[in-house]
Design a binder for this molecule. Structure first.
Ligand code: TXD
Length: 324
């Protein structure tokens, strides 16, 4: 029997790609190949990370490349390739540019890593995952997107700060598309089972004030990406998106059956037919092993539908631009 470490291919070696590689190494998740079109850059980043191996005590192989052939046989591909919106660029221009990139990436993944799982991070997330699945033709269970883990972590962080409790005891989930229409599930948010709203009412002794505080946390969660962008001045969040994608990759590589909010293809679940949207799933060695349905009240269902409509709009735009 042949033993081998898992092989993780990072397509895109930019800000998120670099942190992804370092986290893979620190956790010894597997050997890492980082691909980018920029010459020498992925080789430089991987060399830099590898040279910390003695200090951090990890033992995996790290390779940087400009040749897709090097991703051959990858078990998981994590895709961050794409361009950010530049001044003067319309939404359609960005959609066209990034769709072309994702098509190219997808064709190469199909060619060199036909048995891999694909985790997409590139924006606009829901559209890029959809295009990746279409381009590779892989089973939808093996092509999914990262957004909900991060959005949920942001929501949980704000709740922990507000209540003065350990963030690891906070359970909070955000569903829907990755954008302003995302749906933080207030009613289900809890601290080790105790509803967050109940604790806010206790804290403020007033339901209206508790609601106001929760509304502010929900708004901050929806705009959290923009808050980081405004502070950084250049580029967007990269540490937390990388950590979030690694949690997903780890769930798959270690067959953990984690229940995480993931951008997954819905085929009737939540009343949605054939669109990628963020929902809770069971993530294990077979990818999306199950979509976890839950009761939404009318208000939550309304917000979810609104979010799904935003995703539909994006897919229509891609159709109009000739990508679907
Ligand atoms: O939660 C989420 N899903 C997100 C997504 C949170 C934050 C940022 N999110 C998006 O991830 C962001 O809007 C971008 O679309 C991706 C990657 O973000 P990152 O900050 O890593 O962007 P960079 O630093 O610009 O890196 C992108 C790399 C860069 O090195 C390019 O040279 C490379 O992509 N690139 C390509 N690689 C392969 N193939 C092609 N064609 C290509 N074109 C550019």
């Amino acid at each position: 029997m042949e033993f081998k470490r898992p092989k993780i291919a990072l397509i895109g070696g930019g800000q998120i790609g670099g942190v992804l590689s370092q986290l893979c190494a620190l956790r010894e998740l597997g050997d890492v190949v980082m691909f980018d079109i920029v010459e020498d850059m992925p080789q430089g980043k991987q060399l830099d990370i590898a040279e910390a191996s003695r200090v951090d005590g990890f033992d995996v192989e790290l390779k940087g490349t400009n040749d897709y052939a090097d991703i051959e046989g990858a078990d998981i591909c994590i895709v961050t390739a794409g361009l950010p919106r530049k001044p003067g660029m319309s939404r359609d221009d960005l959609l066209t540019t990034n769709s072309n990139i994702i098509k190219d990436v997808g064709e190469n993944i199909k060619k060199y890593a036909p048995n891999s799982h694909v985790i997409v991070i590139s924006n606009p997330l829901d559209a890029m995952v959809t295009l990746m699945q279409k381009t590779t033709g892989f089973a939808p269970e093996k092509v999914y997107g990262q957004a909900g883990v991060l959005d949920s972590s942001r929501f949980a962080t704000f709740i922990a700060w507000e209540l003065g409790v350990a963030v690891k005891d906070v359970n909070a989930m955000v569903l829907g598309g990755h954008g302003d229409t995302m749906v933080p599930l207030v009613r289900y948010a809890n601290v080790n089972g105790v509803p967050v709203m109940e604790q806010l009412v206790r804290k403020y002794g007033d339901e209206a004030k508790a609601k106001e505080v929760m509304d502010a946390m929900v708004e901050r969660t929806k705009k959290a990406g923009g808050e980081v962008v405004a502070l950084l001045k250049k580029g967007s969040a990269f540490y937390s998106p990388a950590s979030s994608a690694i949690q997903m990759a780890e769930a798959v590589l270690k067959d953990e059956k984690r229940v995480l909010p993931v951008c997954a293809l819905l085929q009737g679940e939540f009343g949605v037919e054939n669109y990628y949207v963020g929902v809770p799933v069971v993530l294990g060695k077979d990818g999306i092993e199950k979509i976890v349905e839950l009761e939404l009240n009318d208000e939550e269902q309304g917000m979810f539908d609104h979010s799904v409509n935003a995703v539909k709009g994006l897919i229509e735009d891609m159709g109009r631009l000739g990508f679907m």
